[in-house]
Design a protein around this ligand. Structure first.
Ligand code: FAD
Length: 139
């Protein structure tokens, strides 16, 4: 089975806290490891931006769960591509918190230095995640 990459953005639901995000990550890392899914999750302002990579079957399955999760809303698919290799193979789900997102890197891929994922192209959103993982210490 070949590899796919999926990038989406969403908005956090009111009342969801930092500790809820930690719970999401804990569960995601366990499930993704079992399914050989890798990727990164960025959270900034009130937005999530996530990249999932793995087999088409498993990425689609995980995305289906994510779509139905009421801890976020307004999920918009930004990119879905067949790929030859993984870019985030080191992370079952790497996390990029708000404090790590630099304005120069955001500006490189956006109209302004403010993080507005709904107005980004799939390619820019993906490149932003790739650049950040190279520039910072992803946990
Ligand atoms: P269950 O654990 O049975 O939960 C079913 C639903 O109950 C969830 O969809 C959610 O709406 C709700 N729920 C579950 N736990 C809680 C809780 N502690 N507090 C409040 N509501 C809860 N999952 C992955 O496997 N891989 C990922 O990479 C991944 N990334 C995510 C990124 C984001 C931004 C969000 C919001 C969720 C992510 N998830 C991810 C979680 C995913 O949505 C599912 O909750 C998870 O896969 C478990 O699925 P399940 O059917 O076993 O759900």
């Amino acid at each position: 089975m070949f590899l796919v990459r999926l990038v989406y953005t969403s908005e956090i639901t009111e009342g969801v806290t930092e500790s809820d995000i930690q719970n999401i990550l804990d569960k995601a890392r366990k499930k993704n490891t079992a399914l050989h899914v890798t990727g990164v999750l960025l959270f900034s302002r009130k937005y999530f931006l996530q990249c999932l990579e793995g087999s088409r079957e498993q990425v689609n399955k995980v995305y289906h769960h994510i779509l139905n999760d009421n801890r976020h809303k307004d999920v918009v698919l930004l990119d879905y591509s067949e790929v030859n290799e993984r870019e985030f193979a080191d992370w079952s789900m790497g996390y990029i918190p708000e404090m790590e997102i630099t304005r120069p890197i955001t500006l490189k891929y956006s109209e302004s230095a403010s993080f507005e994922p709904y107005s980004m192209s799939g390619s820019s959103a993906h490149n932003l995640l790739t650049s950040l993982t190279k520039a910072i210490n992803v946990v």
